[in-house]
Write a new protein. Structure first.
Length: 369
């Protein structure tokens, strides 16, 4: 029996690779002769690049860039030939920012633009960027700053390229910009389709979880809208431009990037269609399976790409009550790993054990003849 194990990460608990290995161990306890293929995946959110790296064996590298507080830090990326991938959360992810410093209007994302320039200088032609899980809400101007753009207020004073500057920007200068070669392709791995502005935009939907006071939503959203209305109005129409607190918008407007489906691109890169051939079962998973999972998230993306006739089951931390009745989207069954009612912290601690136990129980069922 060939089983393909293709989970996403369990946020705040395990990486996708760790989840896949735990499921594999549980299955092998019940089915000693099972052929398990671990294919950790991601949909553009935090952990996506690590999942692709583990599947493809990419080379890890790093370079110095401007950090979230303006200091210099090492920024990691992975590379193979003229292909490079990185994740903005490795620089400005929520997990990188202490709670007392979580003000998304003060976070620098300049280092992302600097990293792009570095990659291009190294001959990279194809760049994939995961933009999920950021602590910033700068509308993408930090990216522009890292590429060489400068911002000035009405008096001609140069502004630091953080979200706070959005309210004061009166002029943009591209005099120090080094144009990217026309043969460089930059693709944004997105797991959301939110626009940049409005009720469904970056500020209103994601601002509070980054630490932005809801009383500032209106002012910040208006400032971002006015900025792009003046300098790149077409960006306001892009689905997914709100990803990463507007980082996606900045990449599109100032680096010529393209927004693509995170999970579909991930599956392409790891050659999923090839590797799922002749599979008897596919197992997907994420921390919580809910109605939002139906809109481009990893488990459903994998299920949709799985050939007809190959059953797909989900092993998740928890299952939401708003899920449609099974089967749906090629998913025939879904299991929560929670074994008992306990504090969330204890569940995080026991995730590996619960994953293995759930996979073992599923393996026991599969062994029944």
């Amino acid at each position: 029996m060939k089983i393909v194990i293709a989970p996403d990460s369990f946020k705040e608990s395990l990486s996708a690779s760790e989840v896949a290995k735990a499921i594999k161990r549980g299955l092998e306890r019940a089915l000693p002769k099972v052929d398990c293929l671990c294919l950790p995946v991601g949909d553009g959110g935090e952990g996506t690049i690590e999942a692709i790296k583990n599947s493809l064996g990419l080379l890890e590298k790093s370079t110095l860039v401007t950090g979230p507080f303006g200091d210099e830090v090492q920024m990691p990326y992975v590379q193979k030939g003229d292909l490079a991938l990185f994740e903005v959360a490795d620089l400005v992810g929520l997990a990188k920012i202490p709670h007392e410093k979580r003000n998304p209007l003060d976070i620098f994302t300049k280092g992302i633009g600097e990293l792009i320039r570095h990659l291009v200088s190294q001959g990279i032609k194809e760049i994939y960027i995961g933009v999920g899980g950021t602590a910033s809400n700068d509308g993408g101007i930090g990216i522009a700053s890292g590429l060489g753009y400068q911002f000035f207020d009405q008096s001609g004073k140069e502004l630091l390229a953080t979200g706070q500057a959005l309210i004061e920007i009166a002029e943009l200068s591209n005099q120090k910009v080094v144009s990217l070669p026309s043969d460089v392709q930059i693709k944004i791995l997105a797991d959301v389709s939110n626009p940049l502005c409005g009720a469904d935009g970056a500020t209103y939907v994601f601002g509070e979880q980054k630490g932005l006071n809801p009383e500032k939503f209106k002012v910040v959203d208006r400032a971002i809208k006015e900025f792009y209305s003046n300098f790149s109005p077409e960006t306001l129409k892009l689905a997914g431009a709100g990803a990463g607190g507007g980082i996606a918008a900045g990449l599109c407007a100032f680096a010529g990037a393209e927004i693509v489906s995170g999970i579909q691109t991930c599956l392409d890169l790891i050659h999923f269609d090839e590797k799922v051939e002749n599979a008897d079962l596919v197992i997907v998973g994420e921390g919580r399976l809910d109605s939002q999972s139906l809109a481009g998230k990893a488990p459903i993306g994998v299920a949709k790409r799985t050939p007809k006739g190959v059953p797909v089951i989900a092993i998740c931390g928890s299952l939401s009550e708003d899920l449609p009745q099974l089967p749906f989207e090629n998913l025939v069954a879904a299991f929560s790993i929670l074994e008992k009612s306990e504090p969330l912290e204890d569940s995080f601690t026991n995730t590996v054990l619960y994953l293995e136990n759930t996979a073992f129980n599923i393996g026991q069922l599969l062994s029944i003849k």
